[in-house]
Design a protein around this ligand. Structure first.
Ligand SMILES: Nc1ncnc2c1ncn2[C@@H]1O[C@H](COP(=O)(O)OP(=O)(O)OP(=O)(O)O)[C@@H](O)[C@H]1O
Ligand SMILES: [Mg+2]
Length: 345
């Protein structure tokens, strides 16, 4: 047993990612902490601009270092990625950790065949021969369900359909059996059938390889399908986290409640009216003081004094479950009761 067996596989501690721009400092991520164990899937959900992609690009070390101030810790298997050299990160990317994006065309080069791109990723990290790497590419294409992989391996990305390109990108991301896979809205652009196939594929591959997955999405239905744990982000911070069941069935933060009420129930009655969250996401150039959600929160007036607008609520996490809100547990129980009555499942 090594000392790292005690630690979660991935541990993010008080991460801050601030960009300097012409208009000022954008606090894209502002004090975010979470853990992820091997073989588990963490779903990250939150409105556009809440810092989901920035968090994950920072894990991979894919940020513009000159204009970015980063604080905190990102421990992968005990190693702090924020103090790692570019060379070390380069070694880890594609090998120990890899990422799939929404747009496969943007991450595949149009000038090289799909097979070459997968094979070269493999060769770079393993030193395999060209022949071995090509065989491996064919094997990966077969695994992700590309028909006739031994001929399609020589196709260029534009000869693949959108769904096939997404599979090819997954094949490339998984060719070195990464222990951490970050999937940033990987199925958003696909039709529902292909989306379901890709989700099944990821689940199968996770079973087989024990990969830890971070899955970023706007879609709580997708979260319900794939995640073990859920992290809800708002304005660069975590407002709530817990197991999928905890967060989706008994939300403990007004923002999570708002998200759930703004989408059709996952398996409850279909005639419950949908209520969008009023207002729009905060500016991260000049974010609201106190709780970042308070200007849009329908419950802020229930909290004594001006606590919501002056003090950042703490995030007390017990056994992986926690939320950051000034309401008391009793208040939440009472105020959120309607949700439980109409949608609880
Ligand atoms: N390089 C950058 N320079 C300045 N601001 C940035 C930079 N990258 C991201 N941002 C800002 O950081 C915030 C968080 O962006 P991010 O891309 O993480 O959001 P997101 O949660 O992934 O949203 P979406 O769901 O739309 O993908 C946004 O306000 C964005 O404009
Ligand atoms: Mg994003």
């Amino acid at each position: 047993m090594t000392s790292t067996d005690q630690q979660p596989f991935l541990s993010i501690k008080d991460l801050k990612v601030h960009f300097s721009t012409e208009d000022g400092i954008v606090k894209a991520v502002d004090g975010l902490s979470f853990d992820l164990a091997k073989g588990q899937t963490l779903g990250i959900v939150g409105e556009s601009g809440s810092g989901k992609s920035v968090t994950n690009l920072t894990i991979l070390g894919l940020h513009d270092a000159a204009r970015t101030a980063i604080e905190g810790e990102i421990l992968l298997d005990g190693k702090d990625l924020l103090t790692a050299s570019e060379r070390e990160l380069e070694q880890l990317r594609g090998n120990k950790m890899s990422m799939i994006f929404q747009d496969a065309l943007a991450s595949l080069s149009p000038y090289h065949t799909v097979g070459t791109q997968i094979a070269e990723t493999y060769r770079k990290h393993t030193g395999a021969s060209k022949k071995e790497a090509r065989d491996r590419a064919i094997e990966m294409l077969r695994r992700v369900g590309i028909p006739q992989p031994d001929t399609r391996v020589d196709d260029y990305p534009h000869q693949f359909s959108g769904g096939m390109r997404q599979r090819a990108m997954i094949a490339m991301a998984l060719v070195c059996d990464p222990e951490l896979l970050i999937a940033d809205e990987p199925t958003t652009a696909l039709d529902v059938t292909v989306q379901a196939q890709i989700m099944d594929l990821l689940k199968d591959l996770q079973q087989e390889f024990g990969t830890a997955i971070i899955f970023i999405t706007h879609d709580l239905g997708v979260i319900a399908d794939i995640a073990d744990d859920v992290l809800v982000m708002y304005g660069g911070r975590c407002v709530e986290r817990g197991t999928k069941k905890q967060v989706l069935s008994t939300p403990d933060h007004p923002y999570t409640l708002g998200l759930l009420n703004s989408m059709p129930s996952l398996d409850g009655p279909v005639d419950v009216p949908l209520t969008p969250i009023p207002g729009s996401p905060p500016s991260l150039l000049n974010p609201p003081s106190g709780c970042r959600f308070h200007p849009r929160c329908t419950f802020a007036e229930k909290v004594a004094g001006d606590l919501c607008s002056t003090e950042r609520p703490g995030l007390e996490v017990i056994d992986g479950r926690g939320s950051s809100c000034h309401l008391t547990a009793e208040q939440k129980q009472e105020l959120f009761a309607d949700f439980a009555a109409t949608r609880h499942h």
